[in-house]
Design a protein around this ligand. Structure first.
Ligand SMILES: [Zn+2]
Length: 256
């Protein structure tokens, strides 16, 4: 299995990170993609990646909730990193109108700039979208000819899923939300072939049942895979294999 979205470089894991990694491998996790948040997370992310560069794969990007008045300085750092070394993706990037709408104009500038860099450098994108699907989709469509990537933490409607499937080369990241009783995601997925899905935890957030309410970690990917096996009526092994292939088709650099 590939955890295509995990923030285990955050302080939440400082006390027991090695045990978390050990449990992930025991649960069958073969690769973990680490999306960046902003300048405050970069060094911790890179330090973790350096401990096991075949297992951890860093993505670079400025998260929409970190877009504030100083966004130009933050973007300059992202640009410098892109020039500095290879990353597996641009992420996480996108638009978030749930937490704070006051920097929406700046969020749009930052998102579009990072999409352009992804196109120029042939990098897949990891997209964060919260209460802004229409706005995100409008920008992604402009560049879709030359773009591939993930709509991370997908929990949307059938209509949104159809729009994503209409793009050239995009998949949906499925996490603990699929195990929540009040979620309509399983009904949405009845209209979505498995070839469009990848697994993610979004650790430390969105912990799946039966651990809901506690800190999430990559080993819990197995509960997402189990739930998908029920929904698609195939084995957990097949879910692992198919979603791993899907992830590799987007993040081609991790298998180099
Ligand atoms: Zn994230």
């Amino acid at each position: 299995m590939i955890d295509t979205h995990s923030h285990i470089y955050l302080k939440d894991f400082d006390a027991d990170r090695l045990a978390v990694i050990f449990r992930a491998k025991n649960a069958g996790v073969e690769h973990i993609i680490l999306p960046n948040v902003d300048s405050s997370t970069l060094s911790a992310m890179l330090e973790l990646e350096a401990t096991e560069p075949q297992f951890f794969h860093a993505a670079i990007g400025l998260h929409p909730t970190s877009v504030k008045a100083n966004y130009a300085d933050e973007l300059a750092l992202i640009r410098a990193e892109l020039d500095n070394r290879n990353y597996c993706a641009m992420g996480e990037i996108g638009l978030d109108l749930y937490w704070d709408k006051s920097f929406f104009r700046e969020q749009l500038i930052v998102f579009e700039q990072q999409l352009q860099w992804a196109v120029e450098r042939n990098l897949p994108v990891i997209i964060h979208v919260r209460e802004a699907f229409v706005e995100v989709f409008e920008v992604v469509k402009k560049y879709q000819q030359d773009l591939k990537g993930i709509f991370h933490s997908f929990g949307g409607t059938v209509d949104e899923a159809r729009q994503i499937m209409s793009l050239n080369n995009f998949k949906m990241g499925i996490n603990g939300i699929i195990t929540f009783k009040n979620s309509s995601l399983s009904e949405t997925l009845s209209q979505v072939p498995l070839e469009y899905l990848v697994l993610e935890t979004d650790a430390p957030y969105l912990t799946p049942v039966p651990h809901r309410g506690k800190r999430n970690e990559p080993a819990f990917l197995q509960f997402v895979a189990q739930r998908l096996a029920e929904i698609y009526q195939i084995s957990e092994q097949e879910i692992s294999e198919i979603t791993t292939q899907n992830a590799k088709s987007i993040f081609s650099r991790i298998c180099e």
